[in-house]
Design a protein around this ligand. Sequence first.
Ligand code: NAP
Length: 259
Amino acid sequence: MSTIAASAPERRVLILGGTAEARALAALLADQPAIAVVSSLAGRVADPRLPVGEVRIGGFGGAAGLTRWLTEHHIDAVVDATHPYAARMRAAAVDAATTAGVAHLRLERPGWTAQPDDHWHRVPDVDAAVRMLPALGRRVLLTTGRQSLAAFLPLSGLWILARVVDAPAEPVPAHVQLLRSRGPYTLAGELELMRTHRIDVLVTKDSGGPLTEAKLAAARRLGLPVLMVDRPTPLASSTVVTTVEEAVRWLSGLPAQLG
Ligand code: NAP
């Protein structure tokens, strides 16, 4: 529950988080007395990296629940800084902000760009990646996260090293090895991982940003194919910025509101 006072003469901002950008934005805004911030996390990760300042954890109950929350907490602006693949939250944030009459901004880091030596195969979604993967390799480094892991488990002809922050609730079959870890990663570390496990194909989302891009440089160095699951389709209705500094400028330009 937020402790922001309803009568405080501030802009009250909800940051939908779970990303490095959301944490960086909360840290920058912590120095601005005219802006009060609540950061929100989904609660997916057992031991999350917490932003500075006030934090709430857990779902809102869809767009309707978020609409109520925005109204009850007298929020003036929502900055949706969730991960590029958090498509449900992204859509709910637009709906709720519209219904509640609250300003809305999407903060989304750019995706990665292939270099001349890369061998990337872009697919629209996880199901397409599952279909294409057996044609690309036999020993897989799978980095698309715990939530998409189940889709790859039926590929019993492959050996899969699945890197996840938290282990899935269900045990995984013998052809899958879990590697619990959280970035950032280095080129040297990624090269060692891929060589040690004789990885011959990398599967990744197009998450973008510097913290997890070393795997792409390692795959390039080793000449490995990369199966890249594309981002969900952008929402036409969103105002989008790609950097934390742009988000701060957007917030500074909003009219101050009295709750
Ligand atoms: P999602 O599929 O878009 O969202 C599923 C549900 O989780 C939402 O409907 C919402 O529940 C709740 N939720 C998501 N983000 C939330 C937030 N910041 N605060 C409160 N509730 C939130 O999202 P997801 O892909 O599961 O991602 C969950 C979280 O992990 C996000 O914060 C995201 O930034 C972070 N993350 C995701 C990925 C990824 O690859 N998807 C990677 C790194 C970090 P209600 O409907 O009940 O409101």
